[in-house]
Write a protein that binds this ligand. Sequence first.
Ligand code: SAH
Ligand code: SF4
Length: 387
Amino acid sequence: MINLIGLSREEIARVLETSDAIDIPARHLKMRANQLWHWIYVQGARDFECMTTIAKGLRQQLAEFCCLERPEIVTEQISQDGTRKWLLRLASSVPGQTGPEIETVYIPEETRGTLCISSQIGCTLTCSFCHTGTQRLVRNLTPGEIAAQVLVAKDTLGEWPNSNPQPGQIVPSQSRMITNIVLMGMGEPLYIFDNVKQAVDTISDDAGLSISRRRITLSTSGVVPMIKRCGEEIGVMLAISLHAVRDEVRDLLVPINKKYSLRDLLDACRAYPGLANSKRITFEYVMLKGINDSLADARELVRLLKGIPAKINLIPFNPWPGTAYECSDWQTIEEFAEVVYRAGYASPVRTPRGRDIMAACGQLKSASIKLPVNQRKAQEKAAATLP
Ligand code: SAH
Ligand code: SF4
């Protein structure tokens, strides 16, 4: 079975062309791929049966060879503030095994609805204040698994032409429930550049999900060599997990800083393709008590960012079990924010959302673990002998 979700139109056409079971003349391949695209991404089709513009015989052939499988929702938690967190189970790469799990979060506000999606299961980086950083990398997500998080959210929120919003659902005043996407879930998106690029192509496609690249924000811990390509080839809004204004402190909080220093990072930001006052970079700064929250830090932050079209997002630290860090006092955050505000940055503090369900920034983690190589090999071998 080939899952069509996440494939480009060209890849879909190739699947149709190369499958012996599917009988489509060469001259119709492109048209059929476009039709399928429309059903998958505009209508939200979950099977071929409902595709009424495709003849019944062909629908049956498609169903024999292809599928439109999404990750399965294991649990849905709804916060007091309306934030939703889904634990999603992906298909396993080993037949018969339970697949790994990721988390996806939906944050409804009055004027917009933001979906926070994951790019990896776990993370190879070990930022000391981040819950995801305590989970070893299990594997990267495929383009389909990244894009499918949007489909699952739309399925559940009832945001397809023929579905209705769930009762009690907070619906943003826009006509859409998902207006923005942030790649701020589990993982470092610039470590799986090609998959993220293909997923963003799918999500932003005008004749499909149609979420504009200007409403998609990719957050990186600072993978400097990929930043330019991110602007040129993915063309999304950029967010940088800055969190400190001195290398000694940033080395401890965001260890990738030892490889790419603050200076390298900010130079890459200055050169970000398309950067303008109307297309600013967001700098995220987590407020950690006694670590990075002095007024001297605030002034240095403003000084460092001078000349870069920027937004500053102060994120109150979200605690998680076992962390030694504490969130800065509210008064400290306000004083810090005041320095930032006076330097011309509007509304710098990000209100934590979904903390009660561990859905806030940096709280995501799934129980999936990566087995040691010998155990994985043994499992794969056992699976290969299954009938
Ligand atoms: N790996 C990417 C994408 C994750 S984005 C990155 O690091 O940018 C998640 C954001 O939440 C990042 O800015 C991250 O630094 C921040 N974060 C991580 N742990 C946090 C916590 N416990 N409290 C608040 N923010 C946190
Ligand atoms: Fe990974 Fe981002 Fe967490 Fe750092 S903050 S460990 S890069 S998910």
